[in-house]
Design a protein. Structure first.
Length: 370
């Protein structure tokens, strides 16, 4: 569990859960699922002291569930957002012990290793007026990475660069979500390189492609990522609509903070759109590569059959001449001539050469390109 007090001037990490609201700023409480499950009573009591309300039982079940898709939930006192991450990490968890990794390693799957390292576990957010509660899966780097970034942003050089502290729990939630989305964008280069390598193998006529199981698993995984990204996009769109329905602020600072919140929400949504576009493009490339592979295979088969048909057509007249001279008639021209065999052989050769030149000119015997 990590606890932070964030205000416009400083960010401090606390050792224990606070007992009262700060005069300025808000609190961020980041826990793993297992920590939240074990210390649920203590955390709920702290939320009641700080925000006047704890999470409902239904929302507690949501943030502890490792299988829920991305979705929002709204109440009069707080909002809940479940957002599935796309980042490197351990995606397999023991459902009997939420948030803890499996005691045994998961069965090895086929497909590119990069797809196995993408963790799609959900992260839960409880957004109160003065408290942000985040519930993370086990071994989640999002909590520690963003906490380090948040503490580093308070250095004088970062302040001079215009790095502002989060203005509210909702603002911090959007920044964490944006960090999670950008984590997938960092993986796209390796994903693209792997699929491009497979595409080259599929189109290579001299090396038969044998990784069909891995390719099909990759297509299935990309389709699942597409569904997850679609849920993420719908969740952010519902969140933006909810912000629009908030009552108008009484002060200029409040209105400015709300406008910045809307701008940041649309920026996160744009990042999610980029992820959706990239995942669908990869899925389309994988499907196109398979179709091109089978089209190339069919084209090579057609070339082979065309060549065999042309060769057979060349030998058909020769078989006809041989059959005529093999008839059991007593009188056949050139049958009893000394040069009859050579004349017949020359005629058969001339017919074969003539038909071969004809088929070559029509490109029936031409070598096709790759």
């Amino acid at each position: 569990m990590r606890i932070f007090h964030i205000d416009p001037r400083s960010t401090r990490e606390l050792a224990e859960l606070p007992s009262q609201l700060p005069q300025e700023g808000f609190f961020w409480i980041g826990v793993t699922r297992r920590e939240f499950e074990v210390g649920q009573a203590r955390i709920q009591e702290a939320l009641h002291r700080l925000a006047g309300s704890g999470l409902l039982d239904l929302h507690v079940s949501d943030v502890l569930n490792n299988q829920l898709p991305s979705h929002p939930a709204f109440t009069s006192q707080y909002d809940v957002l479940v957002f599935r991450r796309l980042a490197t990490g351990q995606s397999e968890t023991d459902l009997s012990r939420p948030g803890e990794p499996l005691s045994r390693p998961p069965p090895r799957r086929s497909g590119p290793p990069i797809l196995h390292r993408i963790d799609t576990s959900p992260v839960g957010f409880g957004i109160f007026d003065s408290v942000l509660l985040t519930v993370h899966p086990a071994s989640c780097t999002v909590l520690d990475t963003y906490a380090t970034r948040l503490l580093a942003s308070q250095r004088p050089d970062e302040r001079s660069a215009g790095v502002r502290a989060p203005a509210s729990p909702a603002d911090l939630m959007l920044r964490i979500v944006n960090h999670m989305v950008d984590g997938y964008l960092d993986l796209r280069r390796e994903l693209t390189r792997q699929l491009d390598h497979w595409q080259d193998e599929l189109l290579d006529p001299h090396a038969p492609f044998r990784n069909w199981t891995a390719l099909l698993d990759a297509r299935l995984t990309l389709h699942q990522l597409d569904d997850i990204c679609a849920d993420q996009r719908d969740t952010l769109e519902d969140w933006i609509e909810a912000i629009s329905a908030w009552p108008d602020a009484d002060t200029d600072a409040g209105r400015r903070d709300r406008e910045l919140l809307q701008v940041r929400s649309r920026d996160v949504l744009e990042h999610i759109e980029r992820v959706v576009h990239h995942v669908r493009r990869l899925e389309h490339h994988a499907e196109t590569a398979v179709q091109i592979h089978f089209a190339a295979q069919g084209n090579r088969t057609n070339d082979t059959m065309r060549t065999l048909t042309a060769v057979t057509a060349i030998f058909l007249p020769l078989n006809l001449i041989a059959a005529v001279f093999g008839m059991n008639f007593e009188f056949i021209p050139l049958l009893h001539e000394k040069a009859g065999f050579w004349w017949t052989l020359m005629g058969m050769g001339s017919v074969g050469v003539a038909m071969g030149l004809l088929f070559w000119r029509k490109r029936y015997l031409a070598r096709s390109g790759r």
